[in-house]
Ligand binder design. Structure first.
Ligand code: 5GP
Ligand code: MN
Length: 334
C-alpha cells in the first residue's frame, strides 16, 4: 500500500465511525475470515462495524467468531440498505467489482461514502478511494494481516482476529499448497498459532465435519467425472435433481472440484453445478501450473478469479454448457 494511502486511512480511522464491511456473494473461508477479522479489529478501535454479506454463508463457517452478527442483504434488504447508507466508510474484501455482490451492486453504486478495497483478484475496478490490490497474495486474509500491520496496530491481533485470519489463509491456499503460499505466509501463520489459534481444530471444523449425504453427493460427482486424457482435463457435473436427491445444503459442493486435479496427469478441471432457482449453471475451474483459468473463465464463461482457481456461470442448459466446454477443451494443448 502507498504510504499516503496508509496515512489517509489512519486519519479516517482516528475518530469512531459507522463502517460497513462487505464480502463477495457466496462468501468462502477467505471472504468470511477477512471481513470478520476486520470487524473485530474495528470494534477494538471503537468503531461501529457491520459485516453485510450479499447472501448467506455456508454452515461450515458458522463457528467463525462474530458470524452471528453478519447481516444478510438478500434476507434483510431494507435494513441492510439503511446500514449501508448510514455508513461513513465501506470496506469491500476479497472481491474487486461491484457485480460480484449480485443484486447488492445497485445499492453499492449509489453510495457516497469512501470505499477501501482489500483484494487479491485480477483486474480491480476503479471504485475505491483506497485500493490495496495485489494478485501475488494467496488470500485476502494475509492482506488484512498486512493492513493491520501497516496501521501500526499489530498488537491488536488477538486470538479472535487471528482465528479469522488463519481460516482464510488456510482455505484460500488449499491448506498451504497453492502457489501464493510464501515463507511470509508461514511466518504469519506461526505468529497466529503463537496467539492461540487452534490450528489442529480449525481444519477439523472445516473439512472433517461432513454429513453422510454430502459424502454421497461427492461420490455422485466423482462417478459423473469425465476425463480427456489427451488434453489433460477432467470435469464433473451435478444437476439440481442430483443435489436434491442428496439433500443438498449450502456449502456441500465446496471443494469437490479439487478432486478433478487429483488424477495423475490432469492439469485442468471444472465442475458444473446446476442452480435451478437462479436459472444458471455455476462453474468452478481449477488448474495446476501455467494454464490460466482466470482468462479461460473470462473469455468463455462470464467469470474470473485467479490463474489456478476461477469461477464462472452459464445461462444455457447443462447439456449445452458442457458441450461448449468439451469443444473448447478439445482445442487445448496443455
Ligand atoms: P470458486 O470456484 O471457489 O467459486 O471460485 C474460485 C475463485 O474464482 C475465487 O477466488 C472466486 O472469488 C473467483 N470467482 C468465482 N466465481 C466468479 C465469477 O463469477 N466471477 C469472477 N470474476 N470471479 C469468480
Ligand atoms: Mn480469496
Amino acid at each position: 500500500m502507498k504510504i499516503q494511502d496508509i496515512q489517509a486511512i489512519q486519519l479516517l480511522l482516528a475518530a469512531p465511525k459507522k463502517i460497513a464491511i462487505i464480502p463477495h456473494r457466496g462468501p468462502d473461508g477467505d471472504a468470511m475470515g477477512s471481513t470478520l477479522a476486520l470487524h473485530h479489529f474495528l470494534l477494538k478501535n471503537n468503531h461501529q462495524p457491520t459485516v453485510i454479506s450479499p447472501n448467506d454463508f455456508p454452515d461450515f463457517l458458522a463457528w467463525l467468531p462474530g458470524s452471528e452478527t453478519v447481516k444478510i442483504y438478500e434476507r434483510d434488504t431494507q435494513n441492510c440498505i439503511k446500514i449501508l447508507e448510514e455508513a461513513e466508510l465501506i470496506f469491500t474484501l476479497d472481491f474487486n467489482a461491484f457485480h460480484r455482490t449480485g443484486e447488492m451492486e445497485h445499492t453499492l453504486a449509489k453510495l457516497t461514502a469512501p470505499f477501501i478495497m482489500i483484494d487479491h483478484h485480477e483486474k480491480p475496478h476503479d471504485y475505491a478511494a483506497y485500493t490495496y490490490s495485489d494478485t501475488s497474495y494467496g488470500s485476502t486474509c494475509e492482506m488484512v494481516y498486512n493492513f493491520i500491520a501497516f496501521l501500526n496496530k499489530k498488537e491488536d491481533i488477538d486470538k479472535t482476529i487471528a482465528t479469522c485470519i488463519y481460516t482464510g489463509i488456510l482455505t484460500d491456499s488449499g491448506s498451504f499448497r497453492f502457489p501464493g503460499t510464501t515463507g511470509n505466509t508461514h511466518r504469519i501463520i506461526a505468529e497466529l498459532i503463537d496467539l492461540g489459534v487452534e490450528n489442529t481444530q480449525i481444519p477439523v471444523l472445516l473439512y472433517d465435519n461432513s454429513s453422510f449425504s454430502r459424502l454421497q453427493l461427492l461420490g455422485r460427482a466423482l462417478q459423473n467425472m469425465k476425463i480427456f486424457e489427451e488434453h489433460k482435463t477432467s470435469y464433473m457435473t451435478l444437476t439440481q435433481e442430483e443435489l436434491d436427491s442428496f439433500n443438498y445444503v449450502k456449502g456441500d459442493t465446496e471443494g469437490i472440484v479439487n478432486y478433478g486435479l487429483s488424477i495423475r496427469g490432469i492439469v485442468f478441471t471444472a465442475i458444473f453445478i446446476e442452480n435451478r432457482e437462479e436459472k444458471i449453471i455455476k462453474i468452478s475451474f481449477r488448474s495446476q501450473g501455467g494454464f490460466d483459468v482466470n482468462q479461460f473463465a473470462r473469455n468463455h464463461f462470464n467469470g474470473g478469479g485467479h490463474v489456478n482457481a476461477a469461477g464462472g456461470r452459464s445461462e444455457a442448459s447443462m447439456e449445452e454448457t458442457v458441450n461448449k466446454f468439451e469443444d473448447l477443451v478439445k482445442k487445448l494443448k496443455l
